[in-house]
Design a protein around this ligand. Structure first.
Ligand SMILES: *Cc1c(COP(=O)(O)O)cnc(C)c1O
Length: 338
């Protein structure tokens, strides 16, 4: 038994999901004639109360498309220093859209409306023009932290005052919705564009969706084409998404519960200096400075447990739907032995 907690992306499609995929009705999505893709897009648009949604092969491509739709070259997006669009999209913001990121020094990937206000460049010709604010919920590098919805609303106010676009990287929004008892509708009302992943906590093999207002989304399919994201009989993958929306959202609670239990065991170990607050399915913890990270990872690996290092003696575990109760018991046993 291998216990893989490196990410919630390591899941494999379940029998039920595979059955749904195999029996999907498909067509050529380049002609926009794949009925299953169309159903998935319409369903997500409706869930968020938005007119348009578009299926993407990855979350990065969905975010990169959003950046392009909101900005012109030379402009600036405000985001946290931990933002996925800044850290983990291979410099795509500058490569694809010719924009720069104004980084906010937030807390666990989150910031305040007044920090946004301060980060907006003055209206002088020698500044880059600020045109977009981007937030992430839950935060990835921030350890699965969930935003306070009131703060997100305050930021919307700043965006309205300064005519800035507002994009949500909701790769793990599902986890936030479950943890905070929030709805897709309330997020749809607040943001201009939202990207969501089907291949993280929801357990699909591939797929993300960008959801947004009509005027912005008008060009989304063209940008996706330019980025190489045209797909054909992709309803087989969209069917996995539909299956996940039906079966895999509410169960995220179980991942959150397990993550908290792992956190409480870790916080009792003498070799652990600190466990970051656990709100969803991500556990980030720091080893005591005398503990060698490589050695610790090796000791786990010898017991068939895989987790990842994040640098500076910080490590990460992510719970997911292929992490079973049996694996959980075994992991806790192993941890108690340290
Ligand atoms: C995973 C993730 C994405 C998308 O990543 P892909 O690997 O391109 O699908 C975007 N934002 C966040 C916060 C993520 O965790």
């Amino acid at each position: 038994m291998i216990i893989d907690l490196r990410s919630d992306t390591v899941t494999k499609p379940s029998k039920g999901m595979l059955d749904a995929m195999m029996s999907a009705e498909v067509g050529d999505d380049v002609f926009r004639e794949d009925p299953t893709v169309n159903t998935l897009e319409e369903r997500l648009a409706r869930m968020f109360g938005k007119p348009k949604a578009l299926f993407f092969p990855s979350g990065s491509m969905a975010n990169q498309t959003a950046l392009k739709l909101h900005t012109n070259p030379s402009e600036q997006v405000i985001c946290d220093k931990y933002a996925h669009i800044y850290n983990y999209e291979a410099g795509g913001a500058s490569f694809n859209s010719g924009i720069s990121c104004h980084l906010i020094n937030g807390q666990r990937g989150m910031f305040t409306a007044s920090q946004v206000k301060e980060a907006i460049n003055p209206d002088a010709y020698y500044y880059s023009q600020t045109t977009l604010v981007e937030v992430e919920n839950t935060t990835n590098k921030g350890g699965g932290a969930c935003w306070d919805f009131e703060e997100l609303k305050n930021i919307r106010g700043i965006c309205d005052d300064h005519k800035l676009g507002y994009h949500l990287d909701g790769a793990r929004l599902w986890n936030a919705l479950v943890a905070k008892n929030e709805t897709t509708q309330q997020y749809g009302e607040l943001f201009d564009t939202i990207s969501v992943c089907l291949s993280k906590g929801l357990g699909c093999p591939v797929g993300s969706v960008l959801i947004g207002d009509e005027d912005l989304m008008h060009n989304a399919v063209r940008v996706r084409k330019i980025l190489g994201g045209n797909m054909r009989q992709v309803g087989y993958l969209a069917a996995a998404g539909l299956y996940a929306l039906d079966h895999n959202i509410n169960r995220l609670e179980d991942d959150h519960k397990k993550a908290k239990e792992i956190g409480s065991v870790l916080s009792e170990l003498s070799i652990i200096a600190k466990v970051e607050p656990i709100e969803t399915n991500i556990v980030i913890f720091e080893l005591e400075s005398h503990v060698d990270e490589t050695e610790f990872l090796q000791q786990l690996s010898d017991k068939n447990i895989r987790i990842i290092g994040m640098g500076s003696n910080k490590l990460r575990m992510v719970t997911h739907l292929d992490y079973t109760d049996t694996m959980h018991e075994r992991l806790l046993e192993v941890l108690y032995d340290f």
